[in-house]
Design a protein around this ligand. Sequence first.
Ligand code: ATP
Length: 437
Amino acid sequence: MQPQTAALMDKLVSLCKRRGFIYPSSEIYGGLNSCYDYGPLGVELKNNIKSCWWRAMTYHHDNIEGVDASILMHPRVWEASGHVEGFTDPLVDCRKCRQRFRADQVEGKRCPDCGGELTEPRLFNLMFKTFMGPVENQAAVVYLRPETAQGIFVNFLNVLTTSRQKVPFGIAQIGKAFRNEITPGNFIFRTREFEQMEMQFFVRPGEDSEWFERWREERFAWHQSIGIRAEKLRWHQHGKDELAHYAKAAFDIQYEFPFGWQEIEGIHNRTDFDLGRHQEYSGKRLTYFDEARKEHYLPYVVETSVGCDRTLLTVLVDAYHEEPAGDETRVVLRLSPRIAPIKAAILPLVRKDGLPELGQNIARDLMRSFRVFYDEVASVGKRYRRQVEIGTPYCITVDSQTLQDQTVTVRDRDSMTQERVATGALRGWLDVRVRYD
Ligand code: ATP
């Protein structure tokens, strides 16, 4: 059972803090608005999500290559991409209390906080600016990238010539992006520093719509492959007024959060806008020569763009369940074993008769392949509860029978069923259940 929507976010934020998934950034100084740090469990979960995405994109497709571009790029990149001119939100200021609002989020001409008069809307660029080198002047301005995509477009030729790929092919990247959002919020849903997982797929013009449909289907399935419930996902198609300047078509995958249906991933048909603009601004020819057809063209781009942090919030919200357990309530994170931070806990039933030593040996063996946790403190029921609350899918109990026949009990988090598994077979038993393939 999931708690009432209003309470769910509060409970989740508190669980994340208490168990070491996510903390406010610089907390001992009072925190920094909309910035968060991932703790020991959070970083495991995040790495697992990234790894599932990376495998799904690059390992499972021999026509997709990976890159890792730098965050700081030549400032002309952002002129070519349209971000210097157009990556803006219209803002209004209250003349009385000086509070700032996004123009589309206030009704009328009065400040929602103090009733003061509002200014006319002014455009506010969302890119973070900084300076490169010792001199802080206009010529030294560089930006923290607001999306990872441009690092891929500027490397299109490099990857093409060094990887021997032919169109159609894709380039995938995971990396940080920064946006000076006016209205961050809802925990890690919208922050000013976040990670994106993007893939740009280069295709022959005319074949873009077909590839667009293929990637839509594949990306929708991916979210389910990391355990997100299908009934909580839906499509939203961008209408003409919502379409970005570069897009011919765009669909969002939305998830039903406690605060409403929200975008978690965008699939965009970017046409040849980006390569065309970079060709124009850099003066470098970026066309592709199709040997079979003997023709030069600028490829079209089908893009899939998903936030890593937003996906992490999605899997947590989707997984959070409460169940009655006697007089108490048991919290269960029903995370897919593929992304769960800890894959198995090893628990000796009692702290004597050599059971702890046996358990430690099992843990030492498994930890070379999986993130596991050894725990001998408190009653076994309590230890189970601690594990299900953080989404550990399997608890391995070492008991007196283990001494006789080298088997352990493996308890499943969701069904609570138990089975005996030979200690020598544990590694393989776990591997098929937690591996992403
Ligand atoms: P939104 O309208 O929600 O701000 P967007 O349409 O600007 O997002 P895109 O530019 O298409 O988003 O970015 C692709 C993905 O990157 C989004 O689907 C989301 O998962 C993630 N993302 C974008 N902005 C943020 C942010 N400020 N914080 C966390 N994730 C973000």
